[in-house]
Ligand binder design. Structure first.
Ligand code: SF4
Length: 270
């Protein structure tokens, strides 16, 4: 299948823009992930519908603790990865093409079949996981569209490490500003299962959801809560931290937005 997110260069080369490696690939060669190949000037994904691992997992293993808690998630992966971490618990499948002379192993499973298997096993979501799902983006994208039509949630267990940003998952709550949250508010929110608190993001998300818009929100954690016992930051220090992460946030957006655009271009339900 022809890959998304690449550009043609001179001499039959292509440049893959899917991840931050931005591989320039000669004809007949593959990118660093070993699963995207330049075939006569056209970039192809070699792992479309090639599933190396699929399991029914508790959603807490993803690890999500506040999203559909107590439910099952149908988890899928293809071979390949854009990292070379031999210590990874999934290195055997992640590094398989590199370790086995480029072999692309896996069962042929269509997006429809993934969704049907998820529904049959009582899962409420599909997780693209185990290896770095960025490298099987086209397959994950088509499966995710089918999943949404069937009312299943999609979980992309991807790493922000490719742009040097540590991503966290959890429940975000907001309190009305402009004052910082009190110790009592933090205690109350902690008992309600919240992981992060701010003065924004949540109200906008609620409003957009009510308007039928599917929002994407990014928040930077600027300071630990008073409950952690760590030194409390002043307002000036919090503002300073916000300024320090500006560059990393820009990198994250530059990596994320092209993928979102490709997903939107691929179908009206994306
Ligand atoms: S997805 Fe693969 S081919 Fe594309 S830039 Fe990343 S490592 Fe290179």
């Amino acid at each position: 299948m022809e890959a998304y997110l690449y550009e043609s260069l001179e001499d039959g080369k292509v440049k893959c823009n899917l991840c931050s490696h931005r591989c320039v690939i000669k004809a007949g060669r593959r990118g660093k992930c070993s699963v995207r190949e330049n075939q006569a000037g056209t970039l192809h994904t070699l792992v479309y519908e090639k599933v190396i691992a699929r399991h029914v997992d508790p959603i807490e293993k993803k690890p999500l603790f506040h999203f559909l808690p107590g439910t099952l998630s149908y988890s899928v992966a293809t071979v390949g990865c854009n990292f070379r971490c031999k210590f990874c618990q999934n290195a055997d499948i992640a590094q398989m093409p590199v370790d086995h002379q480029g072999a692309i192993m896996g069962d042929t499973v269509t997006p429809d079949e993934v969704v049907a298997a998820a529904e049959k096993s009582g899962c409420r979501s599909i997780a693209y996981t185990y290896t770095e799902p960025t490298i099987f983006f086209e397959y994950a994208n088509d499966t995710a569209e089918q999943a949404r039509r069937h009312g299943l949630a999609n979980l992309l267990v991807a790493s922000g490490a490719e742009v040097g940003v540590a991503l966290h998952s959890g429940t975000y709550a907001s309190v009305y500003g402009p004052a910082y949250e009190t110790k009592a508010e933090i205690g109350m929110l902690r008992r309600a299962g919240c992981d992060a608190v701010g003065m924004s993001t949540a109200p906008e998300t609620v409003l957009l959801s009510r308007l039928g818009v599917k929002p994407v929100g990014l928040s930077c954690i600027t300071n630990p809560s008073r409950e952690t016992g760590q030194p409390e930051l002043s307002h000036a220090e919090v503002v300073e931290v916000g300024g320090m992460v500006r560059e990393r946030l820009a990198k994250l957006l530059l990596a994320f937005l092209p993928r979102l655009a490709a997903q939107m271009a691929a179908g009206p339900s994306a």
